[in-house]
Design a protein around this ligand. Structure first.
Ligand code: FAE
Length: 532
């Protein structure tokens, strides 16, 4: 597709998104509706609207396949739909009465989290025993709440990250395509070196260097030109207004600014929000029956529907997709699924930690990370994102999200009595990741005569070791599916999201999820003869 036709599609799709928002509508289209939201038949149905789902919808639309996208969260549009981290309100979290940010105290005081009214807010935390998983909810999925770090994994690790996937093809074609489509850009190093809002990163870089660790700049989907104008006081502040995990009002090229308008602009893709898929099954005629529940902003179910489709694409993320598949297998709705469904889940070795470094790190910290500590040559490879603490006051702290090469994997189980799916993750399964991160930060602390902060995570802990931002796996490529996401034992059923990745990407994962989804769609559309 030429850049000009892509821009035209994005323009048409963006207009459709804002018109829908203005009308309070939940059904978005740039063409006459051919599949009623209340039921009926649609050739292709995509569940979710995160990275994998958005790629899928765009490529199906371009191929002329009429496609319906169902998203359980809302459309976040309008002039400033999100709330800052420092003043969270009901928009912050998915149906909670209190926010649940990962750093839950400061100087041991419970000043971070706030009481809120239940609402379909943008960040969800799904709690399992020993593991709390953060995910985005809304049109754009995780792209709405994430730090925007757009990192291509080191090529030497790729054969371990996604065994069986052609490395040359990924690095030659699909990673560059994903970066282009997502609008990835890099910070101007000269501006960065002098910017007050990145003083926290420069302090961490110097501390890492004293311990013999190098750092590297990391690209992002946040528009760094916009950030420069924020810093110069020329535009409304977002990254400089402590906006990130509850959404960014400006500057960020989330999926609702990139893939999704482009998909809607094909005129073949429709999007229905606040609609959760509650079950999937295969009918006798080979079509898939998708059961849905639509909610209003109070969470009350306002309607249910059964939609049939010929091609079903699961893009509900690692938790959502695995939950739907496992339930379908265990209830007999999709008996053809193999025993690999629900296995191979990993947390990308995520561990958060903070150091008290005695030096000021800056009152106003840009919420978009730009630098990572490269400890990938350590015995256990570690890549540590230098994370901001956008607290608005001087904290004398440095925060990190370490991605460690942890071999630990969890699995999902289905409980027949309650009909629910839960993650099995043992209380010691983070130990490996914590000790890998600790080796790196012990060395940095020793070189700088600094110590860990114990006041930020509940229970006096130095390591945030009970949660993750990067859930991966559950329907692993080449195991629960073939090497292109076609689900084994279920013709015309596809997985195309983080569930395909077996637990670790070495870096922040969304560029890999996007690139893999592009590669899978290229093959499926070329080989599977999809039609309306
Ligand atoms: P995802 O983006 O999670 O989208 C799934 C969508 O499906 C969501 O919109 C759900 O609401 C929807 N859904 C789920 N179940 C259903 C259902 N039953 N019916 C209808 N809809 C459903 O999936 N990654 C990076 O690479 N760089 C970062 O800087 C970064 N920072 C992060 C910070 C935070 C706070 C968080 C939470 C994550 C971060 N991530 C980051 C991870 C990244 O956002 C995540 O890997 C991707 O969003 C996963 O993409 P998927 O397409 O798998």
């Amino acid at each position: 597709m030429s850049p000009s036709s892509l821009s035209r599609r994005r323009f048409l799709g963006a207009a459709a998104l804002s018109a829908a928002s203005a009308a309070g509508a939940t059904f978005v289209s740039t063409s006459p509706v051919t599949a009623a939201p209340s039921g009926g038949f649609v050739p292709a149905l995509v569940i979710g609207s995160g990275y994998g789902a958005s790629v899928t919808a765009l490529r199906l639309g371009e191929a002329g396949i009429d496609t319906l996208v169902l998203e359980m969260g809302r459309l976040w549009d309008g002039p400033a739909p999100f709330c800052p981290m420092l003043t969270p309100d009901r928009r912050s979290m998915w149906f909670r009465t209190r926010t649940a940010a990962p750093l839950d105290s400061f100087l041991w005081l419970p000043v971070v989290n706030r009481d809120i009214d239940p609402y379909p807010g943008v960040l969800d935390r799904v709690d399992f025993p020993n593991m709390k998983v953060y995910v985005g909810r809304g049109v754009g999925g995780g792209s709405l709440v994430n730090g925007g770090m757009a990192v291509v994994p080191q090529r030497r690790f790729f054969p371990e990250i996604l065994p069986g996937v052609d490395v040359d093809e990924m690095y030659g074609t699909y990673f560059p395509l994903a970066n282009r489509m997502l609008g990835v850009n890099s910070v101007d190093p000269a501006w960065w070196e002098a910017a007050d809002c990145y003083s926290y990163a420069r302090v961490s870089r110097a501390d890492a260097a004293k311990a013999g660790y190098g750092t590297s700049f990391v690209p992002n989907v946040y528009d760094f030109g916009y950030l420069e104008r924020e810093a110069a006081g020329q535009v409304a502040k977002s990254a400089l207004n402590s906006e990130v995990i509850y959404g960014n009002n400006h500057g960020k090229r989330s999926l609702d600014k990139s893939y999704i308008p482009a998909a809607l602009g094909t005129g073949r893709v429709r999007l229905q929000t606040l609609t959760r898929v509650t079950g999937i099954a295969r009918d006798g005629d080979g079509t898939y029956a998708v059961q849905t529940a639509t909610i209003d902003e109070s969470g009350a179910v306002t309607g249910t529907a059964l939609i049939n489709c010929r091609y079903l694409f699961l893009g509900a993320g690692s938790l959502g997709t695995t939950q739907l598949l496992l339930t379908a297998r265990e209830t007999g709705a999709l008996p053809g699924l193999n025993d690999q469904v629900g296995l191979g889940w990993g947390d990308n070795g995520n561990v958060m930690t903070a150091r008290a470094n005695w030096k000021p790190t800056g009152c106003v910290q840009a919420s978009m990370p730009t630098l990572g500590i490269d400890a990938t040559n350590d015995p256990v490879p570690v890549f540590a994102e230098i994370a901001p603490i956008p607290a608005g006051v001087e904290t004398f702290a440095s925060l990190y999200l370490a991605i460690t090469k942890s071999p630990e994997r969890g699995s999902f189980g289905y409980d027949r009595a309650s009909g629910t799916v839960s993650l099995r993750w043992g209380s010691t399964q983070k130990d490996f990741a914590v000790s890998a991160a600790k080796r790196v930060f012990d060395r940095i602390n020793a070189a700088n005569a600094t110590i860990y902060r114990h006041d930020l995570f509940s229970g006096n802990r130095a390591f945030g070791d009970d949660f993750c931002y990067h859930p991966l796996g559950g329907a692993v490529l080449g195991k629960a599916t073939d090497l292109y996401g076609r689900v084994s034992g279920c013709p015309n059923l596809y997985v195309n999201d983080a569930s395909l990745i077996p637990g670790w990407t070495g870096v922040n994962p969304f560029v890999t999820i996007t690139a893999l989804a592009e590669r899978n769609m290229a093959r499926v559309l070329a080989a599977d003869g999809l039609h309306n």
